[in-house]
Unconditional design. Structure first.
Length: 318
């Protein structure tokens, strides 16, 4: 027969003490639970995004090389491939040959007036000889005048010849100008055949492969700088007055242990127009609310990914 019912009124000092201790600690437990809940309370939530750049082909032709892989980190200015440029190279060589052919007709001015220069030196010697003879009364004034006239005529011939030759040289030089412009255009196209990565970042998507045909504007790959990542979150009208540009906030992200990883963020953009809560919000009632979008810049330690969810506390602890 179970006699425990007869022992209900029996005093058990040990159990009474335990209940008393439990009751004393109960308020403290509620206080700790309240602290934990406030620690993870948040003012807004959203998803991470980044400034994504789609790198296009700048020339048409066969992609000879595209040395990138998704997830690969690239530096700005890094050459990651090239498009076939054989025809452009041959076109440049042809234009250079045409320029050489035109310039080969340029007259050599000093050579072509060398004979006239020699005639001038001979006339000047004759002039000096005539002056000396005139002083000795062996020559006449007319002979000296003739010598002077001969010098003047030869100088005019030299000047006219030089002018004509300079005009010819200038005309030939002008003929090469359009060819030089064509070479500059070809060189620009040759440079565009190089696939040069524009920014520091990580390759997100690769759209093309080597030996495929590329047209101008064809997407080759998508890249984004993930060293700093942007959290697009949404705040209510009541929270709108609390948010300010360059304000420091706390960003909370779930980690793999069921806890939170905390990051410092800075508000870099606040929308001035209200919008309905995006459809990514879970409940229909919440989606019916009007909210304001904000962008928060967060330094990425490599853990944050595009599309990852995060919560925001607008006030940071000092």
């Amino acid at each position: 027969m179970d006699t425990s019912i007869y022992r209900t009124n029996k005093k058990v000092p040990g159990n009474s003490c335990k209940w008393a201790i439990f009751l004393l600690h109960l308020p403290l437990a509620f206080a700790l639970a309240s602290c934990n809940n406030s620690e993870h309370a948040y003012d807004a939530s959203g998803t991470f995004e980044a400034v994504e750049i789609i790198v296009p082909a700048k020339a048409a032709g066969t992609i000879k090389a595209l040395n990138i892989e998704e997830g690969q980190t690239l530096k700005a200015g890094q050459i990651v491939g090239y498009i076939d440029s054989t025809q452009l190279y041959l076109k440049k060589k042809q234009l250079q040959a045409q320029i050489q052919a035109v310039l080969s007709r340029t007259p050599h001015i000093s050579t072509q007036i060398a004979a006239l220069q020699e005639q001038l030196r001979q006339a000047e010697r004759e002039q000096k000889r005539t002056i000396n003879l005139l002083k000795a009364d062996v020559a006449t004034q007319k002979q000296l005048d003739d010598a002077n006239t001969q010098i003047v005529l030869i100088k005019k011939k030299i000047k006219a010849q030089q002018s004509s030759l300079h005009i010819t040289a200038s005309s030939l030089s002008q003929e090469t100008t359009p060819l030089e412009m064509q070479i500059a255009q070809v060189e620009d196209l040759l440079e565009k055949c190089k696939i040069i990565n524009p920014v520091n970042g990580t390759v997100l998507t690769k759209y093309a492969q080597a030996y495929e045909m590329a047209n101008v504007g064809k997407p080759l790959y998508k890249i984004a700088d993930l060293s700093t990542i942007i959290l697009r979150a949404y705040i209510t009208g009541n929270q709108f007055s609390k948010a300010k540009l360059n304000q420091k906030v706390k960003v909370l992200v779930d980690d793999d242990k069921g806890k939170y990883k905390t990051y410092a963020g800075v508000i870099e953009w606040i929308s001035d127009k209200a919008e309905f809560t995006p459809k990514t919000i879970q409940t229909k009632d919440e989606r019916a609310n009007l909210v304001y979008a904000i962008k928060i810049r967060v330094k990425n330690d490599g853990y944050l990914k595009i599309g990852m969810y995060a919560d925001v506390q607008l006030t940071m602890d000092n």
